[in-house]
Design a protein around this ligand. Sequence first.
Ligand code: SME
Length: 151
Amino acid sequence: MSFETLRHKIRTALTNENDSIEQRMMYVCELLQTSIHYYDWVGFYFANDVEKTLHLKAFAGEPTDHTVIPFGKGICGQVAVSNENFVVEDVKAQNNYIACSLHVKSEIVIPLFKDGKNIGQIDVDSHTKDSFSEEDERFLEWVNKMVSAML
Ligand code: SME
């Protein structure tokens, strides 16, 4: 499915006020994970600024033990602090990395901003090395903007 078709489906789903916010986010995870062949795991983490932890709120793919991640730990925890996209071509080359599955070879994490504040992120894992391009970055930034507008 093209990014354009996905954008259309995501816009429609996220503005459907008959579904709860959790249902809409779950739909987005499932849509992305099933429609893009190299998106093997897709999840949204949200920050608890008091505890300095990230919490998994919705995901599609294999269940993970890492539902709570401290700021600074792993790729996700680093993005909670840096406020910047993190594209990992080869997870084996990272020393601050949390392995959710031995199959994962590359990963992309894009921060999600609400009113200029980094409140969470979308995390995508791939079983193929070097899966993510600038097109994925722009697309996932857009997904986060749509989610942010719904919150
Ligand atoms: N690999 C991530 C942890 C989350 S899992 O990919 C679902 C990290 O290093 O932060």
